[in-house]
Write a protein that binds this ligand. Structure first.
Ligand code: AMP
Length: 401
């Protein structure tokens, strides 16, 4: 099915063709007609499914229609007002969503802005003076701007809660509630979440009464072109194994996930000791440094990036060939997020997980979520002393939140 069948107008279709999106993804096929119809929506979809464009495109279409109707009092923006608010958990995601809006709105007079913490407030306040069609914001920074009367919500037409489960995990619930309290009741609300946990459903109940619900299921979430495999390895052998794989297989680039920020710095030091240049991003590093490191990684001048899960949210690199789970994630849904960093939009990629005996429960949870075992490989010279048993596939861990 082509994009033109989804009710999008020519300037948007032209921009999509410029970007190189040929056909809509599953989530786009399902979400775009619902959003255009004005209904509220709750969607379960991971990063990597094309979910950003699934809300960006119909939002642009609706604003475009309003702008064309000069009789409509909303066709003009008032000072400090915003039409659309997209709340997202991290600065990286905010930047990525804003970039997607700019690309898709290339032929439309629609303004957009990303605001997030760790940057100067004043330029953001100035930009808001003329009003903004689409504001992408992290919750804390949005509240700061609202408290300083830098923006008004009276003309808000659409609210998007992006990566709602992640916002809850990161403790934004109070901020989100404060924001929702300030919004006009007559609005369209859209909620996107990798998983529809009880906590997300509870949040959804405070956002709207009766929303259409769609779900891109777990099996579809892992793109078929991502080759997944795991290596069982004793914990104290992990960094030697990683160096071995990098050198032996002449890896060009890899995004390497660790669980804790101190392990990120430690791993970088261990790699460097073996002559492999690497760097890391985690919540303890400044925004400017994180942005620079990400830019270097995207440009290919940095080949090995070690990241904690949260810092890596929103990393979107079209050609990333490989993701390594140096530590297995918990909750298990994060596994799908992480491997979705590779094999983006149809490109092929591989996701390799290092699993030691201590990771067994996490492995069971991940393989139960996937509904299948992950292929195991043995690497010569790295035979384990502590064997990792084969998972049972009906394991449901107790959540930590
Ligand atoms: P997202 O799930 O929004 O993070 O998008 C994942 C990746 O897919 C991004 O790199 C998008 O640019 C890309 N993408 C989104 N929609 C399409 C599409 N219809 N065709 C090809 N690529 C797409």
């Amino acid at each position: 099915m082509p994009f033109s069948k989804l009710g999008l107008s020519q300037p948007i279709l032209q921009a999509l063709s410029d970007i190189g999106y040929k056909t809509p993804t599953d989530i786009q096929k399902q979400a775009i007609p619902i959003i255009l119809s004005g209904k509220d929506l709750m969607a379960a979809a991971q990063t990597g499914t094309g979910k950003t464009a699934s809300f960006v495109l119909p939002i642009l279409e609706k604003i475009h229609a309003t702008q064309l109707d000069a009789q409509n009092p909303s066709s003009q923006l008032r000072s400090k007002s915003i039409r659309t608010l997209i709340l997202t958990p991290t600065r990286e995601l905010a930047v990525q969503i804003a970039a997607n809006i700019t690309q898709c709105a290339k032929y439309l007079p629609i303004s957009s802005l990303a605001v997030y913490g760790g940057t100067d407030l004043e330029p953001q306040k100035k930009r808001l003076l003329d009003g903004i069609d689409i504001l992408v914001a992290t919750p804390g920074r949005l509240l700061d701007l609202a408290y300083q009367r830098a923006l008004y919500f009276d003309d808000l037409e659409t609210l998007v809660l992006d990566e709602a489960d992640r916002m809850l995990d990161m403790g934004f619930i109070d901020d989100i509630n404060k924001i929702i309290d300030r919004l006009p009741g007559a609005r369209q609300s859209l909620l996107f979440s990798a998983t529809l946990t009880d906590e997300v459903r509870y949040l959804a109940d405070t956002v709207y009464d009766d929303a259409a619900e769609i779900s891109i299921t777990a099996h579809k979430k892992t793109a078929p072109k991502i080759k997944q495999w795991l290596i069982t390895v004793d914990k104290d052998n992990k960094s030697a194994l990683l160096s071995h794989l990098i050198v032996q297989n002449q890896w060009n680039q890899a995004l390497i996930f660790v669980e804790k920020k101190h392990s990120a710095a430690k791993l970088v030091a261990q790699l460097e000791k073996r002559g492999i240049a690497a760097d890391c991003i985690h919540s303890g590093r400044s925004q400017a440094i994180r942005e620079q490191i990400l830019a270097d990684f995207k440009a290919g001048t940095l080949r090995f990036l070690v990241a904690t899960g949260i810092a890596a949210r929103g990393i979107d690199i079209q050609q990333l060939a490989r993701v390594v789970n140096y530590d297995l994630p918990f909750p298990s849904e994060d596994y799908i997020h992480r491997i979705g960093r590779t094999g983006r939009a149809g490109a092929s990629g591989e996701a390799i997980s290092f699993v030691s005996k201590d990771d067994f429960k996490n492995l069971c949870a991940i393989e139960s979520l996937l509904g299948h075992l992950i292929e195991r490989k043995e690497i010569d010279g790295f035979t384990v002393k502590k064997t990792v048993p084969v998972s049972v596939l009906n394991y449901h861990p107790r959540r930590s939140y």
